[in-house]
Design a protein around this ligand. Structure first.
Ligand code: PGA
Length: 247
């Protein structure tokens, strides 16, 4: 079983989500994979009633890093949970770039997600400069260690690490199998060193960045990854259903 996560970003009104699900759900009925739709917060409640009883799970795309009610424009873990989310994305590179989030805020968000019984999809990935200067592994180590500071080993079963090289997001550029394998093994090593061998082997890792129904097959032989995170290509229900069925 693989995990296939769709990150809808700022796409879809609740009405469009309803139309999307009407097409998508019948196409993925019976899949052995776990499907997680990370929808805009305003679409979650609509989706919650539609996916109830199916193998489709829901996720939010962000959670506030403090739980003070006086935070205009933010969304809390209990709101996401009640609206139907089982997962929440933390630390997507777009949040880091546009909203100045960092690994300290990730850490707070993860703790608040756990407090609200949400699972976390933690995004990590190197930028182009780090890649070109061979600082990729160092960068991944810092990102993971800072984000997971103070997290207990038994909580890692509630974490999915999404390896998303920043240069691959929305760019049409993909890592080779060898590059991806190397990064995933490096992530497992960080978890092994900081927690245990067992944790390093069992942590769920998915790849994200420029995936589509045509190129996703190239990674199917990699048994080091547990699934995929799809951005742009999840917006077409038929294309995303093809991805879910093929992997
Ligand atoms: P992409 O986005 O698949 O469009 O590259 C992935 C992401 O941003 O999570």
């Amino acid at each position: 079983m693989r995990k296939v996560i769709g990150n809808f970003k700022m796409h879809q009104t609740p009405t469009q989500t309803k139309e999307y699900l009407l097409q998508f759900m019948s196409k993925v009925d019976g899949t052995k994979n776990e499907v997680v739709l990370c929808l805009p917060a305003t679409s979650l409640t609509t989706a919650k009633y539609m996916v109830s009883g199916s193998n489709i799970k829901l996720g939010g795309q962000n959670i506030c890093d403090d739980d003070h009610a006086k935070t205009t424009g933010e969304i809390s873990g209990d709101m996401l949970k009640d609206a139907g989310a089982e997962y929440v994305i933390v630390g997507h590179s777009e949040r880091r770039t546009k909203f100045k989030e960092n690994f300290r805020t990730n850490n707070k968000k993860i703790k608040l997600a756990f407090k609200n019984r949400l699972k976390v999809i933690l995004c990590v990935g190197e930028n182009l400069t780090e890649r070109n200067t061979l600082k990729m592994l160092e960068s991944l180590k810092i990102q993971i260690e800072e984000s997971l500071k103070g997290i207990y080993e038994n909580e890692l079963e509630r974490v999915v690490i999404a390896y998303e090289p920043i240069w691959a997001i929305g760019s049409g550029k993909l890592p080779t199998n060898k590059e991806l394998d190397r990064a995933v093994k490096a992530i497992r090593k960080v978890i092994t060193d900081d927690f245990s061998e067992k944790a390093g082997q069992s942590i769920q890792i998915v790849y994200g960045g420029s995936l589509d129904a045509k190129n996703v097959n190239q990674y199917l032989k990699l048994n080091t990854i547990n699934g995929f995170l799809v951005g742009g290509s999840c917006l077409d229900p038929l294309e995303f259903a093809t991805i879910v069925k093929e992997v």
